[in-house]
Structure formats: C-alpha cells, structure tokens
Write a protein that binds this ligand. Sequence first.
Ligand SMILES: NC(=O)c1ccc[n+]([C@@H]2O[C@H](COP(=O)([O-])OP(=O)(O)OC[C@H]3O[C@@H](n4cnc5c(N)ncnc54)[C@H](O)[C@@H]3O)[C@@H](O)[C@H]2O)c1
Length: 475
Amino acid sequence: MTTVLINGAWEVGENAGLPVVDPATEREICSVPSASEDQVRRAVEAAAAAQPAWAALEPWRRADALRAMAACLSQNRQELAELISAEVGKPLRKAGEDVDNAAVYLDYMAQWDRRIEGEIVPADNRDETILLTRVPVGVVAAITAWNYPLDLFIRKAAPALLTGNTMVVKPTEVTPLATIRAIELISEQKCVPDGVLNLVTGGGAVGARLCAHPLVNMITMTGHRDTGKRIMAGAAMTLARVSLELGGSAPAIVWKDADLDLAADAIAFASFENSGQVCTSSERILVHRDVHDDFVERLVERANRLKVGGARENVDLGPLVNRVQFQKVSEAIDVARAEGGTLRCGGHGLPSLPATGYWVRPTVMTDVTPEMSIFKDETFGPIAPVIRIDSFEEAIRLANATRYGLSAFLFSNDYRLIMRAQSELRFGEIYVNRTMGEALQGFHNGHQESGIGGEDGKHGVLKYTQIRTVYHRYG
Ligand SMILES: NC(=O)c1ccc[n+]([C@@H]2O[C@H](COP(=O)([O-])OP(=O)(O)OC[C@H]3O[C@@H](n4cnc5c(N)ncnc54)[C@H](O)[C@@H]3O)[C@@H](O)[C@H]2O)c1
C-alpha cells in the first residue's frame, strides 16, 4: 500500500503499519505503513524545493488548482464518503456531507486569490514609499485529528496552498484513509505541481519528526490540547510558527426566559452530533433552576429519538471512533454516576446496542456539580451533563471555570444578558440562540488552552502569509 507521496511519486511507508479499524465491527480495515525518518525528511525537502515556483504563480492559477481539487473531491464523493464512514463510523449520509463541505471550502478559499491586499504607508524620507506586502510563510506541516478527517485536511490545505505555501500532510493515524485517497485523486488529476502537496503517514512520532524539521516554517495542527503543547514546545527549537486548533469543553447556558424547544433542539445537536466527537460540542449544560425540569424532559425526549446504528442504516449517529475513545467516554459516565450524577437516558453497554463495536447512546446526566470530573474534562462523547444554576453571575462564572476557551452557547431573549455574555464569556466562538456550526467567513479560534491562531475567513487565510516591508527610494 503506497501512502507516502514525495514530489509527485508514491512510495510505501518504510516503517511498520498501523491498523485502521472499523469502529462498528471492530474489524481491521487495513494497515497503513508509517513513513520513515528519511521519507519525512525527503517530503519536507520536496516541499521546500517546490515552494518558490508555486509562490511565483499568479494567484488566480493557484485558485484554479483549488477549484480542480474541489472538482476531484465532488466527482469521487461516494468513494470518499464510504471511506470516511468506514473509518470514523459515521453514517454514510453525514460522511457525504463532509465531502461536500470540503469541496465548498476549496471553492470559498479560491475566491481569496484577488483579495489579499498589501498596504502603502507614509515614508519618513522624501521620494520614498513604504510597501507592506504579504508573502507566503514557506513550508507548512499539516497534522490532523480523526473526527472530520477530510475537512480538517482541506481546512488547512486550501488557504495554505492558495497563498503560495507548499505542504507536507500527516493525517491522523486513526482515520487516515479518506485523506490518503483524496491526495491520491488530487495527484492523479495533477491538480497541483509535484512537490506542492506531499503526504507522510504514521502516528505521533512521525508527526513529531515532521514538526522538528528545520525547513518547516509553520505547523498547523488540529488535535488534543496536550499534543498541541508538545508541538509548541518543539517549535521553540526551530521557531516555526504554530496554529493549533485544540479541544474544548463548551458551556451552554439556558436562561429562564429561553425558548426551551429551540434550546433543546440546539443542544441535542451540539451535544450528540458525530457522537459528541466535535470540538465545539456542548459539554456543560447550565440550566436555570426555574426551567431545569422542563428543559431536561425536552432534551431527554430528543436524545431518545436519535437513532444509533451502522453506517448504511438510516441513522443519526454511529459508534465512537475507537476503543480508547469508547473506554474514556464509558468511564466518564460511570464516574459521573458514582460521583452523584443521575443518568436520565443513554449510556453504554445497553442491551439495545450491538455487542461488538464502540457504541454509546446519547446520554443526559443531571445532578451534575462543578466538582465532578465530567464538568472538568473534555469527554468528546455523546454526553450532555446538566448543572442547575440560580443566577446569571453563577452561569458566567461556571461557564468560564475551564482552561479551555473554544465555544460557548447562550439561550435567552434578554438583550442585556446576551450583551453581557458576549463580553464576559472567555471563548473564541459564542453561539446565541442557535446550535454549533461555523460559517466559512467566520473565524474558528480557541482562546486560552483551546488553541493559538484559528481557521476560516480572512484571518484564517492571512495567517498563512507574513508581511514583508519594502522601503522603495525613487528620488
Ligand atoms: N479546535 C478544533 O478545530 C478541533 C477540531 C477537531 C478536533 N479537535 C480536538 O482534537 C482532539 C481529538 O483528536 P485526536 O485524538 O486525533 O488528537 P491527538 O492530539 O491525539 O492527535 C492529533 C494529531 O497529532 C498527531 N500527533 C500526536 N503526537 C504528536 C507529536 N508529538 N507531534 C506532532 N504530531 C503529533 C497525531 O498523530 C494526530 O495526527 C480533541 O481534543 C478535539 O477537541 C479540535
């Protein structure tokens, strides 16, 4: 199996393979060989060699390359969706949406070709202009997580390539197949010149080797907070810039005047979609005492309505991605119950769930307190822990009682409280009276320990550029 792409040529990874497992059946789909140290080195060198010519192309030509990549994904939608569905365990319908989103993302980023602007600033000397222009960063290492594998790869590749950078991608070892196949299709169709987009496969050790290469100018990574910290510590040695999209533990405040049906719909989606394996998932539901019981009833009703099952069935949710994740989420539920939480619906190991596979039903837990582990840690599973609150001050205080800072939700119609929350919640993304889901033109960025940098929109493009100042004396 060739899974390493260096300068347009496919190679077999020289090190031992890592298994990719179907989480619905626990069966191994295949084993993906890891790139050796030498292969990682050559991939970075290929990206560095290809970068000047790629950057010298007119921006509209690079935009055309992105559009060709989009077409490539769309034309192979079914095949890519099946791979995503098999490796992540998500329903085929949703995996198809992931492919569509990736293609739309490429099209959106292609539109930035004529929009990246420089500046002219007044000079101190006569007959001189000062130009601030934007140039590429150089070689970008892209490291992805497993929950939306294709989208996370494209979210990095589209703006990086558009702005004249070249790239070495190291997809997650848990769900690498759709990314490998997408890059294979892109290279077969010659969407970009050789060396512009390179691929190395493997686990964290391969990622670490890639990040440490001195020719890597920027590392863009999506993953766990602890991995982000390790990458950042390593980057101190090469001074590569970093963009880290890390975890979250989003609070969702349901105030007493909220539209409870709207809040229950929104939170059911934000807590359970992709089996809770979304960085913006609502993981701490802070509900005003007056509406607590009413809200919980509505949330439980929605949780019970969700169908869990295999990719080809007409279901809403699949299994969790792997055994590690399954054990972590199952333990979070068990510990929360032992600490005094009340299981209102869902759970793991239920008779209604298949005996093999990593199944957890959408779970609502009440009587949760800020002292419990489920309040403190990112669970990344289909669990909605509900905490009773008495005042808006308490809601804000508990919402902010985390080192994460990715997303937060508020359900209320009180204008003053909404404005207060917008200024007092310490998160990069705040959803008011709606569920999660970012716009292409927004900026998905984690505050505090949820990351550095961010993706999408103008700011997500510009981070792949650096400013060059030209003092031009013409007198
Ligand atoms: N903020 C976001 O946009 C966003 C989106 C999706 C997922 N996430 C977060 O990702 C996490 C789940 O993903 P995961 O389990 O794949 O994360 P992870 O940190 O375990 O792995 C992410 C990637 O980092 C690589 N890696 C591991 N150690 C490395 C090292 N020392 N150097 C370089 N690379 C290394 C892995 O091989 C993988 O490709 C959750 O915390 C989730 O919240 C964040």
